[in-house]
Write a protein that binds this ligand. Sequence first.
Ligand SMILES: [Zn+2]
Length: 484
Amino acid sequence: MSRSSIRSSTLLFAVLALGSGCSLTSPPPPPSVEVNLLAVNDFHGHIQPTAFTYRNASGEQRSLNAGGIAAISGLLAQMRATDPELLFVGGGDLIGGSPPLSAMWADEPSLQALDLLDLRLSSVGNHELDQGRDELLRQVRGGCRSPRPDQACRFESVHRGIGFTYIAANLVDRQTGARLFPAYRIERVRGAKVAFVGAVVEDLGTLISPRSMQGLRTLDEAEAINAQVPALLAQGVDAIVAVVHQGGATPESHGQPDCRQLSGPIVDVARRLDPRIKVMLSGHTHQGYLCRVGDVLVTQAGSYGRLVTHLTLSIDPARHRLLDVKARNLLVDPRRYPPTAEVAALQRAVEQRSQKLLGRPLARLAVRQVPQAANSAGESPMGNLIADAQLAATAHLGARVALTNPGGIRAGLALEPGQLEVSYGQVASVQPFNNSLTILTLSCASCSSSSGRRTLSGRCSRRHRSATAGTPDGPSAGVSSPAA
Ligand SMILES: [Zn+2]
């Protein structure tokens, strides 16, 4: 039955009801099916749990180690015990910018883990493209021809590719306009058809190296998603979920339902979505939220798998309608979710294989810890140590000032009790991007007119000083570090 005929038959029924003098009691609710989704974004190859601090519903600060593939497997197993058809979906940056445990194997163990967790699809994130188009296509399709032969096909001698689908409606070949990945994927659950339409952050070109962007072009996120709607409706989908690797931020807590203070680029994308799209999974900014932008529910599940978003879509398949959406962000607490045997075995194998390299002592610290936390100007002890190290490495080539992007600093350094030297694994976790150092000649004027204005204007004339500068998501000056 077409949409217009549904509408006219409903109208006819209403007229008959009034004409026959029936009482106007509300009609019984239409039969609906529930579709459960579990969404993760910005996993960044975090096979192991990481420290997480948040405020609970009463505003109290809580800290724990959260996330990791083991706990996610336990949580999924628990939820699938009540709904075997639950769909696990991703919001991009699942790989890339990963700690050495995953990065040293070209993220292949993380991809294996996501397959074991039965991930169905993910939008493409900027970090998926850190190593360029060909390497991402290899990771997706399988094979060993890689620009990083020392990492690819080393965890296992063959990389077989992935079982899930990367989707991006707005990532196209610069010359042919052909999409690099499918724009959408349709899932069927208990008779309901749910379409997921993907998009990568539109300013991808400012977030990855020009070489990685070569031959590619991005389109406006909302326009590219909206352009898919007619084809999806023609296929009889009952609900459309946008999955966009772009995000925002809010002062509200990650568990606050219907938060209203979302700001950032994702708000504009949500406002311009086709009105038939009422749910958007976002990412990129590593924030947890469940916000409303007009009629659209916009969610994000923090980062590193420490939070996941559980959404329940109520769908009326007979009328092709999304009736309701409920969402909550769940804390992935390893103490609550014992792992499945196969995911626990994979994690053990990765840890054992990596231990020799990662455990190697690398450097003594003069202090017990070097924190990552930045002040309001974006300056942090860890950032200053990095910039000082970069200056030390390049001073003999004429460098006078070193800069690093706070978005590229992924961890601080801390000695464990009894530990005298930090290990290679700890140091590699701080900046896991295989960055190159770049030396540029800048005038004082260009320093103070760039994004580094606030931190550099007073220092530009001082020699041999280093500082962190730039915005968390912005490009760096001088030394490139990929952003969130
Ligand atoms: Zn991102």
